[in-house]
Design a protein around this ligand. Structure first.
Ligand SMILES: [Ca+2]
Ligand SMILES: [Ca+2]
Length: 135
């Protein structure tokens, strides 16, 4: 067997390993619950522009009643409604103020975010169902 044939065989084996293991790795990384997908703690114009975005990576709609966002200084934000499967849920302080940084952002799903909820540095944010941490 010449070296060119060995290279082809080696590339073929590598491709088999990539295709065999990549999908399984991705499947294991998808959590079976709602996650905090984006946090905007330091808006350009006003602290009223802060937002938290949640994402539902599961194949089922999830009811958020009984869930809340909680930070490390005792503030919390009650959630409600349903987050659709593979859908987003946007939480803001004020639906108009948060769009000052970017007018093209979508309407919020929830406007219960407390004023100055997200410190610009060193804050902690938890998504809880009743008293249990989800994310
Ligand atoms: Ca802030
Ligand atoms: Ca905070």
């Amino acid at each position: 067997m010449n070296s060119e044939n060995k290279k082809v065989i080696l590339i073929g084996i590598t491709a088999i390993f990539l295709f065999a293991f990549v999908p399984m790795t991705i499947a294991q990384e998808v959590p079976a619950h709602v996650v905090i997908s984006e946090v905007y703690p330091d808006p350009t114009v006003s602290a009223k522009g802060e937002f938290v975005e949640l994402y539902n990576p599961t194949d089922n709609d999830i009811v958020l009643t009984g869930c809340k966002l909680e930070d490390n200084d005792g503030k919390s934000c009650t959630l409600s409604g349903t987050i659709p499967c593979h859908g987003f849920y946007l939480v803001v302080y004020n639906n108009t103020e948060y769009k000052i940084d970017n007018a093209s952002w979508p309407d919020a799903d929830n406007t219960n975010l407390p004023y100055y909820f997200l410190a610009n540095a060193g804050d902690e944010l938890r998504l809880k169902e009743s008293t249990e941490d989800i994310n």
